[in-house]
Design a protein around this ligand. Sequence first.
Ligand code: BES
Ligand code: ZN
Ligand code: ZN
Length: 463
Amino acid sequence: MKIKVAPQADCDFQIIGIFEGEKEKGIPAYFKGKLGQVEVVSNKIAVGLGKRQKFDLEAVRTASAAAIKKAQEVKAKVVATEVHGVGGLGAEECAKAVVEGSVLGVYKFSGYAKEKEEPDFEVNELILVECDKKKVKPMGKGAELGRIIAEAENHARDLVNSPANKMTPTAFAKLAARVAKINGLKFTELDPKEAGMEALWAVARGSNEPPRLVALEYTGAAKSKEKIALVGKGITFDSGGISLKPSKKMYEMKCDMAGAAAVLGVMSLLSDLKPKKNVIGIIPLTENMPSGKASKPGDVCGSLSGYTIEIMNTDAEGRMVLADAITYAKKRGATQIVDVATLTGGCIVALGDVATGVIGNNQKLIDRIVAAGNQCGQRMWQLPLYDEYKESLKSKLADIKNTGESGKAQPSTGAAFLSKFVGDTPWVHLDIAGTAFLGKERGYLPEGATGVPVRTLIEWLNS
Ligand code: BES
Ligand code: ZN
Ligand code: ZN
């Protein structure tokens, strides 16, 4: 979909936004203007903006997604749209949000079917109409920014939606190498076993697919010693290992590399956005499978940090691979660490699929990331890291156990495990188990992978 800003437009369809309870000439009275409601009237697509008092950038995204989906349904090739909210919320921000909502809203995973009921239809061009010459430039900037960020988030969605037999650790590592090459990032690829990543290897050893750890490094502040590490859980399939998961929804566990996909998505944007920061993306990649070679509950393994780990549950594998990836981040000089992981089912129990769980050891950093999430419509909710959670991981055999008491505060105990490897480095952990993958579509989020939290991290790195 091509996108531009212009004072007027020759188009098939024109999108107009209407606030709830407000009338517009030519639009039928039964159109109430509820957020995301759409109605086609001759060549106009009316879209509800919801209540004027509740209107914000997230409403702009939701309305834009609803409208462009309707445009697609009526097979409009060239679509013009008002930039909703432009008076009050700012020209650049609104243009960005319209484009984000539109590009994220039309996303569809293309899949592998040879036979399709109907070929996919794509809107060719979206024109943001603005007559005020002073606004055209900031809008153009906002639109372009919105486009590249939303496309990166869509790309992350593609990786997560890909089945685990295609998105293997090797395939993911190849993609990461390509992203690094295209964007001029320093690239490292390691064999975890050779590199002494014993915790990662304890997870990988049950699988026939070789594990990998990849790192992509962007230098935006060569003189600074500060370095942000983004660490993404990359379990390309989580069967649970010997602590096997129930089969009912096991197929969803191809999504267990959503953290890795988000980190790669963010890294792919940095050479375009050029933030004045140093950022290293670190991605541990493996399957978690049962086999005669797999780790067993009760086994003890080492780790890159030197700490030994008693494996109580092989399904708590995310924290094992992250432990080594975090240690590696520190070895590479990280001064701040943000990890992104589909870590615990308990996070879904606590927050559903509506908010990402946030836990960390540095309140300032937590606040910044939560604020960035709120700014771009990716809700974040802080959960605690009390000392009791750390106590619950005490092992009689090793330095730490990989799980606490069954069924208790899983997101917090998971984070408590990670905190041992993080040490004093400022750190935030994002548990995206609920928000990474949806059972059914919602607003501009499709069924399946959402791409969370690419936009949050970009918002934070750009601020
Ligand atoms: N990948 C899962 C968490 C998950 C569950 C992600 C549902 C997305 C949807 C993780 O590896 C896991 O299995 N965690 C265990 C932790 C437990 C053993 C402490 C869980 O959630 O049961
Ligand atoms: Zn697991
Ligand atoms: Zn997992």
